[in-house]
Design a protein around this ligand. Structure first.
Ligand SMILES: Cc1cc2nc3c(=O)[nH]c(=O)nc-3n(C[C@H](O)[C@H](O)[C@H](O)COP(=O)(O)OP(=O)(O)OC[C@H]3O[C@@H](n4cnc5c(N)ncnc54)[C@H](O)[C@@H]3O)c2cc1C
Length: 477
């Protein structure tokens, strides 16, 4: 007879791996199915949204949640966090007000202080008083005469390096430097995969596509769900659906119809040698989906820079955001997007979209016009529960007994989702758990930096990206 697992998890993205690792920490036997050859291989992420400062239009509540959840995830995966700040600006053509941005930053400083008062280990973004710094045009004039700093050590040094390159005449004043950091998906994936391989509680099944699930809850068996691959059936007591933008497919097989959006997006990889010194991530706000949507330049190691431009020619796509229909829980992309997701991109489109992206950034950073294509785009589809495309903190739902559906919008929500699932498993009395709160994970803690370096580099290469994308700009011990 087949073994019965306490929990079966479909999908080894950031959400699925964190759920599996936290269950393992509590001694709960689980099985994690991922159709690809490695984990955390879905849509990309590059920015730890610790405060939501890339989204002027979201509520204070969402900003606070993003900050809290980002800090929690940074504590689990410190080797994936790139501790360089983010430059935030509003072009003169845009509607956003600097007063509103500053008011929100002040609110975030108080909230960050509260989180540190709750637990001093939450101080991962530096001292609260240094969370952000405002720079007037006078301040910038003074900094402009500075030499470039190879490895900046203070907000002023980071800002000096940035404004050597930026056309500040295009921007409203003041501008801001905030401690929102970079987030390296290859390093997070490597740490998670190494930890899962060490676990004797999680059975990690890579290259394993789930084709079907069967609800046997009412059949008086000693398990509740059957999970089938093309040649095997697995038995589990509790089912977690963390299959990313495909979540609706399993909902449909259970006749659970809910509203959701799925969105296809891409970021572009370029190579550029601006100056000796490192620069912060650069944000030029703009209204999403218009021809002047936000421009974002994210520095990586080895002179690689990733670009987002929130326009339909760059990061977003015509018909890239689709809704579920009344009778179908799984929204469907058009054939072009489906083809990209399955087979990758044609070279001409990599070239034309990356060049669009480089030109877009050059409007604010003139010397960026010398940047070149540095690799294939980082792209993918993500899920947004409900019907609000502005939602930034998607979560978990429990649409029927013994079934959890994870639908995170940002990678930072993964730990909060895992905690809620664990609580639910306790509530339904399926498993006896200790009430210890898990903001650490001994399996993750046991993985050494050197092991992460090696596997992260392999993952980047295996997926066709430059190895340098697997390293941090600010290396950690
Ligand atoms: C361009 C872009 C940029 C982004 N930038 C950021 C950012 O800077 N910061 C941030 O926090 N977030 C960012 N996001 C969002 C982030 O990528 C997602 O929130 C996150 O990856 C979702 O994780 P997940 O585990 O829920 O889903 P996924 O990562 O999609 O994981 C689902 C997994 O399920 C597997 N799967 C699906 N069906 C099956 C099946 N039948 N059998 C077996 N396995 C299956 C898939 O292969 C996949 O690995 C970005 C998204 C995009 C598209």
């Amino acid at each position: 007879m087949n073994k019965i697992f306490d929990v079966g998890i479909i999908g080894g993205g950031v959400s699925g791996v964190v759920i599996a690792l936290q269950l393992a920490e509590l001694g709960i036997e689980n099985i994690l199915f991922e159709q690809k050859a490695s984990v955390v291989n879905g849509p990309p992420f590059c920015h730890l949204h610790a405060g939501g400062n890339l989204y002027p239009e979201i509520s204070d509540e969402q900003c606070k949640l993003l900050m809290k959840q980002s800090i929690d995830m940074a504590r689990l995966f410190p080797q994936s966090i790139d501790e360089r700040p983010t430059f935030i600006s509003v072009p003169k053509t845009e509607k956003y007000s600097l007063e509103d941005i500053e008011r929100r930053l002040q609110m975030l400083v108080s909230y960050y202080q509260e989180l540190i008062d709750e637990d001093p280990l939450n101080e991962i973004l530096g001292a609260p008083a240094d969370y952000y710094k405002i720079y007037t045009s006078e301040d910038l004039k003074k900094l402009k005469n500075n030499p470039s700093f190879k490895r900046p050590n203070s907000p002023d040094e980071w800002m000096s390096n940035a404004i050597q390159l930026i056309d500040v005449d295009k921007l409203k004043m003041p501008v801001v430097l905030v401690q929102e950091y970079g987030w390296n998906l290859f390093r997070l994936g490597a740490q998670a995969q190494l930890a899962l391989m060490k676990s004797d509680k999680t059975n990690l099944k890579l290259n394993t596509e789930i084709q079907n699930i069967k609800d046997v809850r009412e059949e008086n068996l000693d398990y509740n769900w059957e999970i089938s691959t093309k040649d095997k059936v697995y038995k589990v007591n509790y089912l977690v659906n963390s299959s990313g933008f495909k979540t609706g497919e399993f909902d449909e097989s259970l006749d659970l119809n809910v509203e959701r959006l799925i969105e296809f997006k891409a970021a572009y990889v370029s190579k550029w040698q601006p100056q000796e010194g490192l620069i912060p991530e650069l944000i030029f706000h703009g209204e999403r989906g218009t021809p002047h949507g936000m421009a974002q330049l994210t520095p990586y190691s080895g002179d690689y820079y990733q670009i987002h431009g929130m326009t339909n020619d760059i990061t977003l796509f015509k018909n890239g955001l689709v809704k579920s229909k009344r009778e179908d829980a799984q929204p469907e992309f058009n054939e072009d997007i489906k083809d990209k997701l399955k087979n990758g991109w044609p070279n001409e489109e990599i070239e034309s979209r990356t060049i669009n992206a480089i030109n877009y950034i050059s409007k604010f950073v003139p010397s960026f016009e010398t940047a070149e294509i540095g690799g294939p785009p980082l792209f993918g589809a993500q899920q947004i529960p409900g019907n609000d495309p502005e939602l930034r903190v998607g979560e978990v739902s429990f649409p029927c007994r013994l079934y959890a559906r994870s639908e995170i919008v940002k990678a930072s929500s993964a730990l909060s989702v895992a905690e809620q699932i664990i609580e639910k498993i306790q509530e339904v009395g399926l498993l006896k758990l200790s009430d210890k709160k898990l903001n650490t994970n001994t399996l993750l803690d046991s993985i050494k930096k050197e092991e992460i370096d090696v596997l992260a580099a392999d993952l980047a290469k295996m997926r066709g990206y430059p190895e340098a994308l697997s390293r941090l700009v600010i290396e950690k011990d």
